[in-house]
Design a protein around this ligand. Structure first.
Ligand code: PLI
Length: 460
């Protein structure tokens, strides 16, 4: 294993490049106004460094691009499907695989198959699409993550851990038969990309086994979680990340997956399970909503790229450089005394917008404001992960008010260089220097579901 080296460098060289465009501040003012101060509504041609998301934005390798020419575009039983199933079985260890167009397709299948109206699904913090699918299936999400996860200053190394007492109390209060599964996400997105520990997952497994409740992983960034276990949890420093991923999956019954993150593809996902009954139901539903159970809304070439992306992603050198870059940006910002969530997470650096704009109330949307101002300052695109993302309470209609009010600088895999990180840190520093001028935003339009994608704002 090569993980004991002092420094890291990208384990690839660049073969193909895409030019970046820089705009003027006047242009960005106009673009931002037209976009309703929502970075999701800014056309990418007006973006300089795009840190909106790590989803579907990775650079594929030459091998993955070559795989695109090996698409077996048969309607049924494409050989690329077999390759995908083999890759999932080998690296994640689950027996049955249903491809989907992306992660939320798999969440839809899982939620519709297992949740009955009135059920409760405990999880280590909500994720936007995951919770919505649980709610649309008639269930309610219940947060059982440890309290430290809601504290941007806590340096707990495994802020993605489940609070076992809370989980046990919840199961007892709603009844085990109303808990169809427990949902455990790798490097918890909304907590700042924070991992769970193997020990904690083992304890969750032993608790849920007592009640006969299955565990479904959100494996979207499980590999990143495995890297933190390798580096930080006693007993794992000599394991490969691939071995750790298998060990995690051995403690679960299945997973949903957005291949657009860990698996390095621009589109694709899957549901995987060891439960034959769930597999059968998911096959029924995927045919209605996505496509045949052997392609799930994807072309053969996409399935092939994902099969190769899964194998490629399971490399210690790859994941070390990927998270090394995120940490480099985080540490550069910390040196500049910019308030960020600590520890630095796996896929992104999360700016603590509450501290950044400590003069703004949460109803002035500080994290949304920060994303807008950073864009205005530099053309760098970030995204909100705070009160806007949290949406409204399904029963009362009031804003959900999360403790964390964050702006996410998300790093696509293998796309940007260290110099881009330096420029980003400078731009954040300049935005911070001007923080007192900011008065925040007002919401002017709000879509029904997942409002952060399309909501519009204006200055307060
Ligand atoms: O964007 P999808 O449908 O492929 O995946 C949905 C999804 C599920 N779980 C988690 C933890 C995610 O982060 C996730 C998607 N995340 C996006 C798009 C993001 O920007 O973080």
């Amino acid at each position: 294993m090569s993980v004991v080296k002092q420094s890291w460098a990208e384990p690839f060289k660049i073969k193909s490049v895409e030019p970046l465009t820089m705009s003027t501040r006047e242009e960005r003012e106009r673009v931002l106004r037209l976009a309703g101060y929502n970075t999701f509504l800014v056309p990418s041609k007006h973006v300089y460094i795009d840190l909106l998301t790590d989803s579907g934005t990775s650079a594929m390798s030459d091998s993955m691009w070559a795989a695109m020419m090996l698409g077996d575009e048969a309607y049924a039983g494409s050989r690329n499907f077999e390759h995908l199933v083999n890759a999932v079985r080998k690296y994640y260890g689950f027996r049955h695989v249903v491809p989907t167009h992306q992660g939320r397709g798999a969440e839809h299948l899982l939620s519709r198959s297992l949740i009955k109206p009135g059920d409760t699904v405990p999880g280590n913090m909500y994720f936007t699409t995951t919770r919505l699918h649980q709610e649309l299936a008639g269930g309610a999400f219940a947060d059982v993550i440890i309290a430290e996860a809601h504290d941007p200053h806590s340096t707990h190394p495994f802020k993605g851990n489940v609070d076992l007492q809370r989980l046990d109390d919840l199961i007892r209060s709603v009844g085990a038969d109303r808990v169809p599964y427990v949902s455990i996400a790798g490097t918890v997105n909304m907590a700042g990309g924070q991992p769970f520990s193997m020990e904690n997952l083992r304890q969750v497994r032993s608790l849920t086994s007592k009640y006969g409740i299955p565990i479904y992983l959100d494996a979207t960034r499980l590999l990143e979680n495995a890297y933190f276990i390798q580096r930080q949890e006693e007993g794992y420093s000599n394991w490969t990340v691939a071995e750790i991923v298998r060990e995690i999956c051995a403690l679960a019954d299945g997973c949903t997956m957005s291949g657009k993150k860990d698996s390095l593809v621009n589109i694709g996902g899957f549901l995987a399970t060891n439960d034959k009954r769930l597999y059968e139901e998911a096959c029924n539903l995927v045919i209605v909503y996505e496509g045949l159970h052997t392609y799930g809304g994807l072309a053969g070439r996409d399935l092939e790229a994902m099969a190769r992306g899964i194998a490629e992603s399971m490399s210690d050198d790859h994941i070390r450089a990927r998270i090394g870059q995120v940490e480099y940006l985080g540490e550069t910002l910390l040196k500049r005394k910019i308030p960020v969530v600590v520890p630095i997470g796996g896929h992104a650096v999360f700016l603590n917008a509450r501290s950044f704009y400590d003069h703004l109330p949460q109803d002035a949307f500080p994290a949304q404001t920060l994303a807008a101002n950073l864009y205005l300052q530099s053309g760098i695109r970030a995204m909100e992960r705070g009160i806007v993302s949290a949406g409204r309470n399904a029963e009362t209609g009031d804003h959900n008010r999360p403790a964390l009010e964050l702006t996410r600088l998300t790093l696509p895999r293998r796309v940007y260089t260290q110099a881009h990180m330096d420029v980003t840190a400078e731009a954040v520093g300049e935005t911070y220097a001007e923080r007192r001028k900011t008065t925040g935003l007002k919401i002017t339009f709000e879509p029904k579901y997942l409002r952060f994608f399309r909501a519009r704002f204006r200055p307060r």
